[in-house]
Design a protein. Sequence first.
Length: 618
Amino acid sequence: MKENRENGFPAEDNGLKEILPIEEPEEGQAAAEDSSAVSDGTIEEKDGGAAENAIVQASSEGGPADSKAPSGNETEEKTSGLRMPEWFPMRDVFAPAAGGGGEKAADRKAFLRREWWTPAKIIAATVAGAAVIAAAAGIAAYHRHAVFYDTHFFEGTIINGIDVSGMTAEEVETLIRNETEDYALALTFRGGDREVLTASDLGYAYVSDGSVGEMMDSQNGMLWLFANSEKKDGVTVQKAVSFDRETAKAALEGLQECQKSGMEAPEDAALTWDGQKYIITPEVQGTTLDTEKVFTAVCDAVDNGTETLDIEKIDGAYAAPKVYADDEKLNREEEQLNELLTAHVTLDLPEGKRVLDGSTMKDWLAVDDEGNYYRDETLWQEKIDSFIEDLEKDVNTIDRDRTFTTTEAGTVTIIGNDYYGWEIDTASEHYQLPADLESEEPVEREPFYLSTEVAKKDDHDGVGPNYVEADLTAQHVWLYIDGKMVYDSDLVSGDMVDAKYTPEGVYPLMSKQENAVLVGNSYGDGVYEYMTRVNYWMPFTRTGIGLHDATWRSAFGGDIYMTDGSHGCLNLPLEAAKTIYGYVEKGMPVVVYYSDGNPLETRMTEAEKAEKEAEQNG
């Protein structure tokens, strides 16, 4: 080490003065150490290096060092110098002998001294070392980043609008896959209904085309520092996908809006009677879909990655009306009809009101080749006649069988007759109705009748709450007032022969009379079949059949009528006749029927029954 020091320094002093650290002598040893100096100007080494603790000073001009030990303040100044650690690098410095010339080794030793690095040099060395270390660390860090960016995307990389900085290609693929397979197609139908077809409904899946990996492979990790600082444009990677058309079609056809049972057909705009005049009812678009066209549009939307689809914007997806509210012909018809059809006739019928107005009379008008409406008088009259005929069929109940709910036998069918029922007076209507149609004001009235009933059909089958009911099979009579049975009794009806049996039917009571004389068929010369005085007489047929007391009879009811019946009247006990007489009034219905059928009817041939039925049906 000593040799290295000697050989490593320059031959001449460079003029720098450096203070070497010394060790402070222990008390009592300072003088001894001072006296150890050699008078010939050399420094003797003691104990293998004691001389290293000596203080030497080289002359700034190159002269010999001062061998005198400093004292006083000088000593304190010299000994308070910087102490360097043992490990700090040092070098041997020598000073030339006085007088110059060739120096001996001993002379050089005499002036040898240690020279430490200056603070400036220490700082410079430290900085230089730190720089070297930092450079090495920087290189290592850069390399680590380069390795990282060999498999990860640079900062600021945008793919499909997503920041993928620091992500691997596999991570980006997974991100795109998840985003892609979150795809759903929202369908909006007419009327605002909304349905969503998910990726699962469509059989929709992401298929990688390797483009993300190619982007990663094209990236040079060693350029990360420059690449990260660059501003990058977004890159779009095509999302390669697949979807199952059969799966998608099944999902579409399963939607409620695509079910035929739930589709509403379109309706054309049309003329409608609003009760006063004709107006144009706008068309109805409906919801009938062409599912094939919808499916094609759905497939196109999925192929393009579209997330919403308005079905109403698909050309031809919905069936359309053929006539719209702005149709020229339709508007012309509206104007013509409202000019020709101003009549308004309301007829109060037994079963409700019937209105004759433009809604009906539109069909009474003729139409020319150009579609214009006009009134043809012959056709007009034919339509009036037809209307009255229809009125008769709907209103008339005269001569028609009717059903009746009995007291004990349930519902029976009673053969119709010409005594009780509704009957339109057609002659009067043929005169009055045309006049009503010419009126400029609305008309409301009842039809003209030849015969009426006392009640509407829904009021106890048209007989109302007050009536007499006679079941000839049971040979019994009941009296109803205000819908409640107030009296009943046995009776004897007509003998069961063709000339005497009591005919069934509903009859209006024609009159009532006390103390009347009943007279049978006349044999001429003032001789009659019979002449009988009764206390209470209540006829209901034009042939002289009615209710009355029969004081000559001692029994009523049972099957007396089969062999010993009346001439057709309903024979009653005196008390029964009196009571019923007190309640009945002219026009009150008398309902007569055979609950088990008329025994005489069973003797009719099939031909006779058919003939009778034909007569009843007109």
